[in-house]
Design a protein around this ligand. Sequence first.
Ligand SMILES: *Cc1c(COP(=O)(O)O)cnc(C)c1O
Length: 385
Amino acid sequence: MGNRIHLSVPHMGGAEQAFVESAFASNWLSTVGENITAFEEEFEGLLGRPAVAVSSGTAAIHLGLRLLGVGPGDEVLCSDLTFVAMCNPVRYLGAEPVFLDSDRATWHLDPNVLEDALRKRAGKNKLPRALAVAHLYGGCADLDPILALCHNYGVPVLEDAAEALGARYRNKPVGTFGDFGVYSLNGNKIITATGGGVLISSNPAWIEKARFWSQQARDPDASYQHSELGYNYGFSNVLAGIARGQLQVLDRRVSERRGIAIKYQRAFSDLGGISLMPQPEWGFHTNWLSCFFINEREFGASRDSLIRRLEEANIESRPVWKPMHMQPLYSGCERFGGTVAEELHRHGICLASSSSLEEVDQLRVVNIVRGAVGGGPQSRLGGGV
Ligand SMILES: *Cc1c(COP(=O)(O)O)cnc(C)c1O
């Protein structure tokens, strides 16, 4: 049966342990220290915007939305197709999400649906407090029309780039277009600190405020006095050591993941009915996860049967995200658009995509997929990138 192949596992670069040991050697084993400061500086160097490291991507979203003034009675427009962690902070703040469908051509938020939502809300004189837009699976949303619309209506934008560190839109890193950008260092993401997140912004004062709130909002120059509501969202100096090592190999991880997606695509090119997530020419896609759309009739097998066959061979695969409007948690929320996100969830599959995936293991995945529709096995994979 062979060893278990997971969807996406941590992949250390080599320098992480030395940074972790330096935290131990200096005894800075809490939420301050050189690794945190250096990691934030290195991250800012990479993205060109002030950054604060926090305990998770979810925490970063919470802080960003609060800085945009989201509160009770507000609405926040959200991509329907995303991970639940993007929308939960809307509820933490007492506001309600309103979901926007995907564009079939990109899988991402459909700018036409956004336009419809903004026009209708403006007509009712009830504009949303913000838009939270997801950059999915290492790709990016079509930001130009999205930002233009939000600018016209005066609606601020938070980019959830938790899955898309290393991706670019028109040659500029995603997360650097909106008022806020969010990244995740969770264990399954393209680089990891076991857990953690980063919030960036065009506004340095907002980043300082986020840092203050993330550390319990203790008033300066007063002992244990608090005038504002804070959180225990600080990052750890130990984990920041892992994050620093990982940042050194980000480019390598991106090219490894892209290589995996392209090898899958080539290995399936003769099958028909199985197509890689769109890679629009305006984006640089990291393919954090290799996602495919299954057209059951052309392919000759269903997405669910494929997941079952892979599981029987001890290989993990997953459906594409379940849209927020299908979640019991968010039933009853308003939404705009059609059924694109739902179709992507029903027919989309995420295949094993770890940057450390060995060629022989990727070949195992390929041959299970091929075997599901009577495609002959391959003995080696076609070239990389
Ligand atoms: C992973 C993820 C998050 C949450 O990040 P954590 O660091 O796990 O809290 C948020 N949004 C999206 C789209 C994600 O994929």
